[in-house]
Ligand binder design. Structure first.
Ligand SMILES: Nc1ncnc2c1ncn2[C@@H]1O[C@H](COP(=O)(O)OP(=O)(O)O)[C@@H](O)[C@H]1O
Ligand SMILES: [Mg+2]
Length: 184
């Protein structure tokens, strides 16, 4: 059975959470195990959004809609092509997640979640990223946890990324019939 045979069509894993929670790290672990295509949600921002964040200003909904629509389009293209994918996207609010999920039954959220102190420390230590530590509080203010009716699960940011990946793969196998590619 291939990776896409067991569940309801393809699967789109949206690795979500505040900046610095470990989305890109966990997504890389998933991609390594699954061998699926990957997109970094940060790369879908128009340059104005990146400059705004770099300057220490949080994005508002109006800034985020075009970004989310581009991501939703990417998800839709791959879903229609029958390709399972992994994508990172903070997807902080329910309304953002609803937009990504609209018409896309493949979407499944992996929320990397941890306390603000831990995340702030990680953002302070991280180099080469535009997001300043001063924006962490605004990320937590915007964050709405996954609802019971939203597909996906929460994994702790505090454990090792390997454990998060294992937990996610176990749930994906149960809920969506996702199987790992057989090793040669
Ligand atoms: N589970 C973890 N334990 C320790 N450090 C981590 C963990 N996950 C990520 N990091 C580190 O924390 C920082 C933020 O992680 P990153 O994956 O870039 O977050 P995000 O993509 O959500 O902004 C990076 O420097 C990364 O190496
Ligand atoms: Mg990232």
């Amino acid at each position: 059975m291939g990776t896409d045979d067991g569940g309801p069509g393809t699967t789109t894993i949206v690795v979500m959470g505040v900046s610095g929670s470990g989305k890109s790290t966990v997504a890389a672990g998933l991609v390594e195990r699954l061998g699926w295509e990957f997109a970094e949600g940060d790369d879908f921002h128009p340059p104005e959004n990146v400059e705004k964040m770099r300057a220490g200003h949080p994005l508002d909904d109006e800034d985020r809609w075009p970004w989310l629509r581009r991501l939703a389009d990417w998800i839709g293209e791959h879903e229609r092509a029958g390709r399972s994918v992994v994508v990172t996207c903070s997807a902080l609010k329910r309304s953002y997640r609803d937009l990504l999920r609209d018409g896309h039954p493949s979407v499944w959220f992996a929320h990397v979640s941890g306390p603000q102190e831990l995340i702030t420390e990680r953002v302070q230590k991280r180099s080469g990223h535009y997001m300043p530590p001063s924006l962490v509080p605004s990320q937590f203010a915007a964050l709405e946890p996954l609802g019971d009716d939203e597909p996906g699960r929460v994994v702790p940011a505090s454990g090792g990324p390997e454990q998060a990946v294992e937990d996610l793969l176990a749930d994906l196998a149960r809920e969506r019939g996702v199987t790992l590619p057989s090793s040669p």
